[in-house]
Design a protein around this ligand. Sequence first.
Ligand SMILES: Nc1nc2c(ncn2[C@@H]2O[C@H](COP(=O)(O)OP(=O)(O)O)[C@@H](O)[C@H]2O)c(=O)[nH]1
Ligand SMILES: [Mg+2]
Ligand SMILES: [Zn+2]
Length: 349
Amino acid sequence: MDSLNLMNGQNCVYKSRILHEEKNCYRVKIESDEVRAVISGKMRHEALVPSELPAVGDYVMCSYEPHNCSARIEKVLPRISHLTRKVAGDAYSEQILASNLQVVFYLTSLNMDLNLRRLERYLVMIRDGNITPVVLLSKADLVDKKIIGAAIEKVKSVAPTVDVHAISARQTETLEGLKKYLLPDSTVACLGSSGVGKSTLTNSFLGHDLQATQEISEERDKGRHTTTSRSLFYLANGCAFIDTPGIREIQLWEGQSAGIDELFSDIIALRLQCQYSNCHHQHEPGCRIQLALSQGCLDEARLKSFLKLEREQAYMRMKVNATSRRQQKDIWKKRSHAYRRGRKAEWNL
Ligand SMILES: Nc1nc2c(ncn2[C@@H]2O[C@H](COP(=O)(O)OP(=O)(O)O)[C@@H](O)[C@H]2O)c(=O)[nH]1
Ligand SMILES: [Mg+2]
Ligand SMILES: [Zn+2]
């Protein structure tokens, strides 16, 4: 690992990487050590939004004395790429799921229904983060070749340029094709619902069972969350591999329209050719979208999905703007209180 060690009084400051995050407690890799780490008071105080705090995959500067077993995270270095979503629940803030990634494996299990709409959401999120998506159709040992072929076709219908592999952790030869993504300097993460085989795949690459996996009843085939936090592991060749818990709710964050534009570039190109620039794509003459639908060149469900994602982006933009205006007000309120307190102290009031 490239590390930069600077003396800072008694402590050394190291460039390190976040391996694990759970409830504000971190594990970092400093040179060859793995140690616990906490965020410095200054960083916690100065962070205006949660996304400024460290996430798994981040490179950070840490104060660390090797004879102490804990480090202090002082600074997050700029992220070259990141996976981001709106936090689950009602709050309007951004959650960084993982950062500094080159490739994301999106897993979906072949013995369950392939949800193309959910796949589209993940692909938008991954591409918007400046990361290459790869779709893995898992548990190929449980289905026949016809089902595998049909599933690959379905994925290609929404993402013709994305690599797709059918894999099985029980047939290790099917994992050979994934080695080209696991390069020594790369970081690869696994995403997908619970029970699709992310932790099993992680263990296969690690060569031993480090991550707990979920035993699920064959007839119900329903996974519960066994993996509860994101963790980064180094494979033998130096590739960093991140296992994640299943995500129940995937809502895009504000400003992810570049990912939408990329995934639905054909629809955007058609829309630009409509006769009227304010076309609603319903019954207007010269509507290229309606023409493509009637000729069978455009799938209606995919169009609906695109329009829904666009609407969600517009709504999110409005919500985030309102939230940030409120936050700004709070910051000014705090500052003016602090100022008044300061003046009172000055005048001994
Ligand atoms: N038949 C079959 N079962 C698998 C495969 N991969 C994982 N499983 C099983 O699926 C269940 C869920 O796997 P797990 O790795 O915990 O899923 P995760 O929630 O995505 O991490 C476990 O019982 C695994 O043994 C596979 O390729 N074939
Ligand atoms: Mg898991
Ligand atoms: Zn139109």
